[in-house]
Design a protein. Structure first.
Length: 325
């Protein structure tokens, strides 16, 4: 009984969580075969996706949430009403639903969407617009990108990937061979046209103060007048005659007897040390050579002894062989 209650409560909580975190989105399609996608930052990377998000508490169903996100994410430049979503096809992946909405007539330019979004955020900083870029993509190119078997694929014409959830929904639609929503849209918009409506940048208000930027000017270089050096002839110098006066040499100091004895004693000690070092070196060399000769003699004695033993053993074998005969 306890296990049944626990499993029932888990299922109810999971259902409530899924219902509260269900997502809805819109993918605008136009008569010339193009689709509008938007880019946003996820972490430090730019990704492309549809216009969607999580359903809020004020949304009655997924259609209302999709219409609200379609208007907010396009900066109110593409009016999407719930009537557009009544018969629109969609793709469900889990609790997320993406509507494919075809909008006839002209389409806004990318500059219009960006400029209008910036104006809305200036007037209301809390306006929920996190998109940073927009792009029109041919539906055929989007189908080809979604059909690649790689886990991630890039938006055609860019180096930025598609959002994983957006890519999953596109692959689910493209897996229906010939029956997918995008493939049907491509077949029906062979000769269609959707011109971009003109957009004029709003003028700057008259009372707006434009900051003036002081541009530093470079001072003109000063050119100094050239100076010409005129060589002048130097007056001759007459050297005064020098008279050499002979000087008496300073007397050389004679060393004392004590200094002489000290120097002689030092020289004697140095010669004795040198002779002692030489004699030690000679004795060491003689000792080394004597040891070498002794070792050589010992080796020769050992060798001759071995040879003698071999001769004796050879003769004894010969004698024993003769005796056996």
């Amino acid at each position: 009984m306890f296990n049944k209650i626990l499993s029932f409560s888990f299922i109810v909580s999971l259902s409530l969580f899924s219902a509260l975190h269900a997502g809805s989105g819109v993918l605008p399609m136009f008569d010339d075969g193009t689709i509008l996608v938007a880019a946003e930052m996820r972490g430090n990377r730019k990704v492309w996706c549809d216009m969607g998000g999580l359903s809020g508490a004020s949304d009655d169903d997924k259609r209302q949430a999709a219409a609200r996100y379609g208007n907010e994410k396009t900066a109110m430049t593409i009016p999407i009403q719930i009537q557009h979503l009544n018969g629109a096809p969609f793709v469900d992946v889990g609790q997320d639903r993406m509507f494919f909405v075809r909008l006839p007539g002209s389409k806004p330019s990318i500059q219009e969407i960006i400029e209008t979004g910036n104006a809305l955020k200036r007037n209301d900083p809390t306006f929920p617009l996190r998109k940073i870029d927009y792009k029109y993509v041919r539906a055929q190119d989007l189908i080809a990108a979604a059909s690649t078997p790689r886990p991630t694929c890039l938006l055609p014409g860019t180096n930025d990937p598609l959002l994983r959830g957006f890519l999953t929904r596109l692959r689910k639609d493209s897996s229906l061979f010939g029956q997918g929503i995008l493939r049907t849209f491509v077949r029906n918009t062979v000769n269609g046209a959707a011109p971009i409506r003109p957009f004029a940048v709003p003028p700057v208000p008259v009372n707006a103060v434009t900051p003036t930027i002081a541009v530093p000017t470079r001072a003109a270089p000063t050119i100094a007048a050239p100076t010409i050096a005129v060589p002048t002839r130097a007056a001759p110098t007459i050297a005064a005659p020098t008279i050499a006066v002979p000087r008496r040499a300073a007397p050389v100091a004679k060393p004392s007897r004590r200094a002489t004895l000290t120097s002689n004693r030092r020289a004697t000690r140095a010669s004795r040390r040198k002779s002692a070092s030489l004699s030690r070196r000679v004795r060491r060399q003689r000792h080394t050579s004597r040891l070498r000769r002794v070792r050589q003699q010992r080796r020769m004695t050992r060798k001759s002894h071995i040879q003698k033993q071999r001769r004796v053993s050879r003769r004894s074998r010969h004698i024993s062989r003769r005796r056996r005969r």
